[in-house]
Design a protein around this ligand. Sequence first.
Ligand SMILES: Cc1cc2nc3c(=O)[nH]c(=O)nc-3n(C[C@H](O)[C@H](O)[C@H](O)COP(=O)(O)OP(=O)(O)OC[C@H]3O[C@@H](n4cnc5c(N)ncnc54)[C@H](O)[C@@H]3O)c2cc1C
Length: 393
Amino acid sequence: MMLGFLLARAGVDVVVLEKHADFLRDFRGDTVHPSTLEVMHELGLLEEFLKLPHQEVRQLGGQIGEDFLQLADFSHLPTKCKFIALVPQWDFLDFIADHARRYATFKLITEAEVVDVIEENSRIAGVKVKTPGDDLEVRADLTIGADGRGSIVRDKAGLQSQVFGAPMDVLWFRLARKAADGEQTLGRIAGGKMMVMLNRGDYWQCGYLIRKGELENIKTRGLEQFREDVVSVAPFIGDRVSELQDWDPIKLLTVRIDRLRKWYRPGLLCIGDAAHAMSPIGGVGINLAIQDAVATANILAERLTRNTNSLADLERVQLRREFPTRLTQGLQVFLQNNVIHRVLGNPDFNLPGPMKLFNRLPFLRRIPARIVGVGFRAEHVKVGSADYTDSAD
Ligand SMILES: Cc1cc2nc3c(=O)[nH]c(=O)nc-3n(C[C@H](O)[C@H](O)[C@H](O)COP(=O)(O)OP(=O)(O)OC[C@H]3O[C@@H](n4cnc5c(N)ncnc54)[C@H](O)[C@@H]3O)c2cc1C
């Protein structure tokens, strides 16, 4: 959606195909990081964006057994917004789509499911699309596979990926939040269990980590035992854990880290999760996808308006974005293997001594804040705006 917006804004004819009727779906992460907010600022949309209902996370911390760890402090970032904005993904997508629609060059077709690519002379010439009405063929000079971690585009185009293991999955659910709970977005580790709690105003969005593939065992042990496990890691929610009445509102995120070896073929480029599914560690998936979109628009927009994009341009996008993706995924794999793997099922896990330095030396908190908030290669909007069709400028 972001790339569609940026390209349409630069005067490129764009069709965005979305298989669902709208964007209102299960929780898929709400973390809009300072790097993405900076992009919104560069687009002149920040003020309006921040009018959407949101919460602002300025610090990240963790309760590890008896110890509290203050891990990240965003207040020193060299960005306009020194916080993570928690905005539901559907609000974010609707916002971008509404702005994109102001350009005559933008078209969004919903209930349009891509089922295959069109291949002609070893080149991807577009996609085959299933709709509630007729099936369509959408032809394009360049097809972008931005269809997420289960990308059909990358599969049908035969792009190969490397899969990196993940020792955990995540169960996401909501529990009511009370004013007395405190504000801070927290990771919690206790008794071999781990949970993340995002402050969403009147509720907590909870992410409870389990060993990969353990869900069926957890279900067999029963909901009451699960509720007890949740309370053991966050005792203050004991008075409302009964809100979890059945398994329905508890959604499984199967954690996956993978990356395409080659993100492109003649006529096709994959970005975002379709090119590299991210672990939820750091909540960076949305932001990396946005950064990919910005880099792609910077590199390709002008070429696309002149219809001169080449395979070398697609390679440039991969070269530009593979480096931050590799580093981020490398760090995620390291943390999965060295922290999460050691925590889950190990009641004796305590805060490692060196980590206590984050509490004593506040400047250290700037490092995780930088990695999470901005990432390894910040992209800036360089591509201009062609013609607005309303008063948005
Ligand atoms: C439960 C969960 C929690 C997460 N939490 C976080 C978090 O806290 N922070 C964070 O940054 N990231 C989080 N993520 C990851 C984040 O959602 C992704 O990294 C990010 O959305 C990737 O963006 P994308 O545009 O590449 O793909 P997606 O956001 O997956 O978008 C792909 C789009 O393509 C559509 N689509 C798919 N297949 C087709 C098809 N065949 N035809 C047409 N349309 C299709 C989908 O409906 C979807 O709208 C989470 C993911 C999940 C599942």
